[in-house]
Design a protein around this ligand. Sequence first.
Ligand SMILES: [Zn+2]
Length: 486
Amino acid sequence: MKKLAALLGALVVVLVVVVVVRTMRFTPARGDARPAVALAPENDTLLAQHLAGAIKFATISKQDSGPELVPMRALHAYLAQTFPRTHATLTHEVVAPASLLFEWKGSDPALEPIVMMSHLDVVPVEAGSEGSWTHAPFSGDIADGFVWGRGTLDDKVGVLSTLEAIESLVAKGYTPKRTIYLAFGDDEEVDGHGAGAIVALLKSRGVHPLVAIDEGSAIIRGIIPGVSRPAGLIGVAEKGHMSVQLTVMAAGGHSSMPPPQTAVGVLAQAIDRLEKHPLPAHMNAATEGMLGQLAREMPLGARVMMANLWLTRPLVMWSMARSPVTNASLRTTTAPTMIQGSPKENVLPIRAQAIVNFRIIPGETPESVVEHVKKVVDDSNVVVTVAGVPSPPSPVSSTTSDAYRILSRDIAVLEPDAIVAPSLVVGATDSRQYGGYARDVYRFLPMQIGATDLERLHGTNERIGIHDYARGVAFMTLLISDLSSQ
Ligand SMILES: [Zn+2]
């Protein structure tokens, strides 16, 4: 008995030593040091004016209709006029109906090209919220140190900062070694057909991109609990999405003589089962990579946990699953969003239906999610069908590639204090079209996103700081020249 106690005691001591040593070694990673380069933003005012000019075109994407061609064409003309050197030096074409593709031929045709992505469309302004905007959403007003309007964060900022970078590189007489494509989709906010058409065209020309860079993540400030430094998050993967329709048919009739359970009751039970049985949590590579960097900055308790995942994994996953934000980066989420019964209070439904929206984690597929739904619902009265076209999750891009290293290093130039980390993007971007096509896809825009900016994205009073924008342009210039010269 004594021997056993001594053995157990020794095991506990070893365990404690391992946990302590691992925690002590779990310190902030030092990035790939870059020779002291400082970003030199150009004329802030002029850059702001160019962006503001583009905001004025209401290139709104509406559900179930293609891009609005009149404002799109006006925006094209505005870009041609604002960036004359780019249009004179790069070949450019409209990919039907209104996407734009530019090509800047590199000096070494043997090198795989890079693709800088953005989108020209914006989401609508929610009806009734127009009056809450400090400056009208399509005014492009410049005031109080900001450019205001729809598209200043998502995603005319991407289009304009990319074109500003190219314009200044052309002006400096720069010649890329690698070919550079600029790919601006026309309907990212609805279908991403535009980006798909560009990919189809590039494939038909035998183009094999090394890397595609798109929106989707940024410099995040004061949003992640326990992390006080800014975080430069590089989206190395994004979730897929799919909606499933549940339909229950019944005899109908008058509500004064109902059966024990109506179609609505059967449907409600199915939805309840789905909510009570979520898909399993996985610590995917993108999320683990993010936590592995960010947790190094966190208070001791979090550091002990993250440095010793071999021991603490179940506890970490349990605590992450409790918050909707962190839960979303752990598992395929289940969200019943729409439900419909009979059209009148005293009519028994002959048909009840609901839509459940799933956001699919890397490692799962639309098919495996449908399988899960059928298994959990387990009721032959409930017909399960896929609504619309599902989009599978993206592959997870490398965090050891040259392109990732360059991107991380340039983020450190933009924001020397930032922790750079990979991350999983829980929304969808046009870059999903490049999954399995470009060797790697990274989602990062050089924007500063604080807690209040999250509400402005797709919301009211979208705006960007003039100085932050100018620094973003300088970053894009550095990134494009670094990626295309190696
Ligand atoms: Zn966007």
